[in-house]
Design a protein around this ligand. Sequence first.
Ligand code: PGA
Length: 253
Amino acid sequence: MTNKLKLIAGNWKMNGGLVANEALVRAIAQGMAGASCTVAVCVPAPYLHQVNQLRAGTPIELGAQDVSRHEQGAFTGEVSAPMLREFGVRYAIVGHSERRQYHGETDELVAEKAKTALAHGVTPIVCVGETLAEREAGRTQDVVKRQLAAVIHTNGHCISEIVVAYEPVWAIGTGKTATPEQAQEVHALLRAQLKAATPHPERIHILYGGSMNAGNAAALLAQPDIDGGLIGGASLKAPDFLQIIAAASAAAK
Ligand code: PGA
C-alpha cells in the first residue's frame, strides 16, 4: 500500500550504562550497514549526550522515552522538548503503558506531550494499547480508539507528523506476542481512525510493540499496516536487534 521505509525503534527503558551503551551502539552501527529501514534508539535521559556522540556519522536516530508537556519552568525532574533537541533527539516516546500505569498519565496528558514535542521538532511516538482484562472484556477497539482520539483532538492536522505504536499491554515484556493477524486488525482500525483526521494516513508509521523479537519480526512486519516496531527487551541485544532490522529491510523490498 505504501513504500515508505519501516521504522525500528529500540526502547531501552531503564537499562544501560556508559560501558554497555558504547558496545551496543557500536555493534548496531556496524551490523546495520546497508539496512533499508529507519533505526532509532530511545535511551534514558542521562545517556542522550553519550549516545548522540556515539551515533555521530551513523544512520542511527536518537530518541527519548518521555518528554514534558511544559516548555520550561518549575517542573522538578522533567525534561523539556527544547532540551531534547539540543542533544540531537528526533523521537520521544509518549504515553508508554508503563508511564500510564506507574505515573498515572492520562490520555489528555499524553496528547499534550505529543503537542509540545511536535512544536519543537521532536516526533512523538504515541503508544496505545489495551490490557489483558480489557481485551478479554472485548474492549480492545474502544480503548485504543479512545487513546488515539485524544491525541487527534489535541493535535489537529499535525497528526500526520506523529508515529503511533500499538502495544498491547499483555504482550509487553511477557514473551506473549500478538499474532500478526491480531496486530493487523488493530493497526487497520487505527489507520482508519487517522484517515478522518488527515488525507494521507498511509504516510503515518504505525509500529507494533510487545515482545517483538528476531523470531517473530518478519511475520509481523509483513502485515500491510505494520510499519515498524517498538522493541524493548530485544533492543538491548545487538544480534537480536540487528535481525529485526534485517527483517524490516527485507520487508521493504
Ligand atoms: P518488549 O517491550 O519488547 O520488551 O515487550 C516493548 C515496549 O514496551 O516498548
